[in-house]
Design a protein around this ligand. Structure first.
Ligand code: FAD
Length: 388
């Protein structure tokens, strides 16, 4: 039959069939290899954080989720007061083995990158004592059991306060793009939860939950479209920064490994198939054009920073890790595509931090996994869920 998603991805410059084909042949395999290299698998994050929006809530103090392990009389006072979230909402996610964050680190992996701020994100990205390093390969994004009002509140705040649900006539293209990026990221997170789900707690059996993937993503074609959009947007940022990324230092004092990293980067950035089929996955040049362009950009930058700050309120450490990484990745894509400098000179003026590059490529890989999963498992999930 006719594929459900066909034609151009809305607001992009590539169509669905091309994305799926390119993706399978070129992008997915090189990204999978890239994120395993020592340079790309260690991410630095401030996971111990103060939530700036709900100071009384205490969720951010659950770093190791000791709450669950402790008897009730040891609960922090603030949890006992009325008007808190019900205690069963605080049921420990982080204490469960599947939610634990493994900090195994290869300390040789870091050297010589600039430290500069990203205007799109809230975190101060310069190195400090509060940062921890996490081996992403040991902490896959998957189901953690983080759910209920706490998770819901974050998503609600992300959408309603910072990224107003747009009514097509009212809002401008730039606002729609912010909404689509967030929605696409949300789809990707949901797809990862469904792709790696705890099916049976008693036997600790993990696997795919196709019904969940349908319920949360597939039954809403917009969410699938937004996922493709976000993937192409980030891909465009990566290809736009190709020269910078190619020349960057991937030194982890392991020459063999570093050569591999370089070669995966080249494979990805200068792939002739990609250049032939989808040279410009997204056209950023058409944005911020009107008279109010600069003002609008400031407003959206502010909204995105708020979204970034909200990640400090995510009450499950592993979710916070991936939330922070992916929002930083998106912020890096925004920085690459919309830096103020003369676009012709991007190669000379762009400066990225190591952590930004790691976030960017890992985000692209996450989106790529989601695109693959939706493409390959979508039809089966729909058949099961629609009952035929
Ligand atoms: P939610 O996913 O919480 O969605 C809330 C509402 O948002 C929906 O009812 C719908 O109205 C709207 N919505 C949903 N999807 C979209 C979309 N794609 N576009 C537009 N609107 C949408 N849980 C884990 O198990 N593992 C994780 O790694 C993880 N990481 C997280 C990271 C962050 C930053 C956050 C905020 C949450 C994370 N969670 C994670 C929790 C997870 O995202 C869900 O909130 C939780 O599983 C409950 O899901 P839900 O079905 O209630 O809907």
């Amino acid at each position: 039959g006719t594929p459900k998603y066909s034609g151009m991805v809305e607001d992009c410059c590539c169509d669905y069939e091309i994305v799926d084909r390119l993706h399978k042949e070129v992008l997915y395999p090189s990204l999978q290899e890239l994120v395993k290299t020592s340079f790309f698998r260690y991410f630095k994050a401030k996971l111990w954080c103060v939530c700036p929006f709900w100071p009384d809530d205490g969720m951010c103090r659950l770093r190791d989720c000791s709450v669950c392990e402790c008897p009730e009389n040891e609960f922090p006072e603030s949890f006992k007061k009325p008007n808190r979230l019900p205690l069963n909402d605080l049921v420990c996610q982080e204490g469960k083995p599947e939610a634990a964050v493994d900090r195994t680190l290869d300390s040789k992996a870091f050297r010589g990158w600039p430290e500069i701020d990203n205007p799109w994100t809230n975190d101060d990205e310069t190195d400090n004592d509060e940062m921890t390093y996490v081996n992403l390969q040991l902490n896959p994004e998957r189901y953690t059991g983080y759910t209920g009002p706490s998770a819901r509140r974050i998503w609600d705040a992300v959408y309603s306060e910072n990224c107003p649900k747009y009514l097509s006539q009212e809002s401008c293209q730039e606002e729609k793009i912010l909404y689509k990026l967030i929605s696409g990221l949300h789809s990707s997170i949901s797809v990862h939860i469904a792709a790696d789900y705890l099916l049976d707690e008693a036997t600790n059996m993990w696997g795919q939950n196709l019904t969940m993937m349908y319920d949360r993503v597939l039954q809403y074609p917009d969410r699938v479209r937004n996922l493709y959009f976000t993937f192409l947007f980030v891909l465009r940022a990566v290809t736009k920064a190709a020269d910078y990324l190619e020349q960057a230092e991937y030194n982890t004092s392991n020459p063999n490994e570093d050569l591999k990293t370089q070669s995966f980067i080249k494979q990805l950035l200068y792939n002739p198939k990609l250049q032939a089929a989808c040279p410009v996955p997204f056209d950023e040049a058409k944005l911020w054009k009107g008279q109010s362009g600069p003002e609008l950009k400031q407003k959206i930058q502010h909204q995105f920073r708020n979204i970034s700050a909200l990640m400090d309120c995510v009450g499950c450490e592993k979710c916070r890790l991936w939330g922070k990484l992916q929002v930083l990745g998106l912020g890096t894509a925004l920085k690459i595509l919309f830096s103020d400098d003369d676009q012709q000179n991007l190669g000379q003026t762009l400066q990225l931090q190591r952590n930004e590059v790691i976030a960017l490529m890992n985000l692209l890989n996450r989106l790529s996994e989601s695109v693959k999963f939706v493409h390959e498992m979508g039809p089966t999930a729909e058949r099961i869920s629609e009952g035929h």
